[in-house]
Design a protein around this ligand. Structure first.
Ligand SMILES: [Zn+2]
Length: 486
């Protein structure tokens, strides 16, 4: 794709000061012709879906190191420990009883295995406490089918967070009821399947996602008084702890090399699609920004790190590993960011309950004001790789993006290269480049939160509730994650 006419249009929209300084040159380069889409096509179509622990994920690490090397960006793989291996090898299910057919299913990450496990199929409503009360003893040793509200791009990210919240309540109820297995209706129509990890009862029960049409048919039959059963086989590759690696690209600062400005996106994905929106796009974006900084010969005052995380989808393990490895240097981290909402327009940044970041971000985005408007939102959010930086008190950001087509393709077979908004990805790269350059060169810095300030943030916001939904609360409460007391 050529961007020349498009670039001119965008440059004319930008509030470029009279003198083209470094940030304007960088922004202009991001909007010009670059290999960003070639990189993204290669990562998604050739490396493919890249679950941490899989050969494809190891290939993705090599791919990223090679891309940085081609761009003359210094880069290294930094190992970290993953707690458990989980991949689906094969899954099949058959409905029997009054009617017989073969529904489409996938296993939820961290589900237990099953070997032709046959049990009655029970209508679990929407999986509320009242639904399990109604089922009573009938839930025990049954496959319990739970209906899910439709997730589409109208409901967007709000619907996606609601699905996580609902599941966080349902999974423990099913475990307590002693079900043979839990069968979630897919939230997406047209037989679309996706992986939503079991973050709430990991490794403790069998959980399937069934195609929405199959699940609705089964639900209608059960409600019409028909008797159905389900036989399912879930074959897995599972194992204990192992080593994975993040890829860290680095451009050393010329004045304050010990001070770090860290921009991150996760390299891993799920395996049904090829991880284009989540999160190959933003990996390609960071590599491209590093490439253009080097190509233009720009020298930042602080060191810029481009962090391509692994283990994100299974519990934010790569960024946690980084925080543990670099704990002694966290005072020197001026900021740590995460971009992880596909290619929707960047509309501002979540500043994580650190109001001191807002004026800095406002100022750094001024050179790309024509690509806005931008509005910073100062709330803490859980769900991506800023998390451990937030618990460590390090100034952290998440790119806030328009919902676009993120939710409907989330973790699904359909998250492929064709879903990427190519023009918006270029604009987001320009926005992110301006922000990086601001953080890397400004005299000012936001202060790191103390342990007491982090605790206050947890207590005064819904941060704790969000951590529970994502299965992260125990790690904080039991002191495995978070800043030590001074
Ligand atoms: Zn993601």
């Amino acid at each position: 794709m050529k961007f020349s006419a498009f670039t001119l249009l965008v440059l004319s929209m930008l509030a470029v000061p009279g003198r083209a300084d470094d940030v304007d040159r960088l922004v202009g380069a991001m909007l010009g012709e670059t290999p960003i889409l070639d990189d993204l096509r290669s990562l998604t179509d050739e490396v493919g879906g890249r679950v941490t622990g899989s050969p494809a994920n190891a290939a993705a690490v090599d791919w990223a190191l090679a891309r940085f090397a081609d761009a003359d960006v210094t880069a290294r793989a930094e190992p970290f420990e993953m707690p458990r291996q989980w991949q689906e090898r094969a899954v099949r299910a058959a409905i029997g009883g009054d009617l017989e057919w073969t529904p489409d299913v996938v296993a939820r990450p961290f589900s237990r295995a099953a070997d032709g496990l046959a049990a009655p199929l029970a209508d679990g409503g929407t999986g509320t406490a009242a639904d399990f009360d109604r089922l009573g003893a009938a839930a025990r040793d049954a496959w319990v089918l739970v209906a899910t509200p439709e997730l589409n791009d109208e409901v967007g990210l709000q619907g996606l967070f609601a699905e996580f919240t609902d599941v966080a309540g349902i999974a423990p109820r099913a475990l307590e009821a002693g079900v043979a297995g839990l069968v979630f209706m897919s939230s997406r129509p047209n037989n679309l399947l996706y992986r939503l990890p079991d973050l709430n009862t990991p490794g403790r029960q069998r959980i399937l996602t069934m195609a929405r049409e199959d699940a609705q048919r089964a639900q209608r039959l059960l409600r019409a008084g028909r008797s159905l059963n389900l036989t399912a086989t879930i074959e897995l590759d599972t194992g204990g702890a192992y080593q994975a690696a993040n890829v860290i690209g680095e451009i050393r600062g010329r004045e304050r090399p010990e001070e770090i400005v860290l921009f991150g996106a996760h390299l891993d994905s799920h395996d049904l699609g090829t991880g284009a929106l989540d999160n190959g796009s933003n990996v390609a974006m960071l590599i491209d920004i590093a490439r253009q900084i080097i190509r233009l010969g720009l020298q930042p005052r602080r060191t810029i790190r481009f962090a391509l995380w692994n283990g994100e989808e299974q519990g934010l393990y790569g960024s946690w590993g980084y925080v543990q490895r670099h704990r002694a240097a966290l005072d020197d981290h001026a900021v740590a960011t995460s971009t992880d909402i596909g290619t929707g327009r960047i509309t501002g940044f979540f500043t994580g309950g650190m109001p001191g970041l807002v004026p800095l971000v406002d100022r750094y985005l001024a050179p790309v004001a024509g690509l806005g408007p931008f509005q910073q939102v100062d709330i803490p959010l859980v769900g991506t790789d800023n998390f451990d930086f937030m618990l460590e008190g390090v100034p952290n950001l998440i790119a806030m993006q328009a919902d676009a087509n993120y939710a409907s393709n989330y973790h699904a077979e359909s998250d492929t290269f064709d879903k990427v908004d190519q023009q918006q990805l270029k604009l987001n790269a320009a926005i992110t480049a301006a922000l990086i350059w601001g953080f890397a060169n400004d005299d000012a810095r936001a202060a790191r939160h103390t342990r007491a300030e982090v605790e206050h943030l947890v207590e005064s916001t819904d941060l704790g509730e969000q951590m529970r939904h994502f299965g992260l609360w125990a790690d904080w409460e039991e002191g495995r994650r978070g800043r030590d007391s001074e």
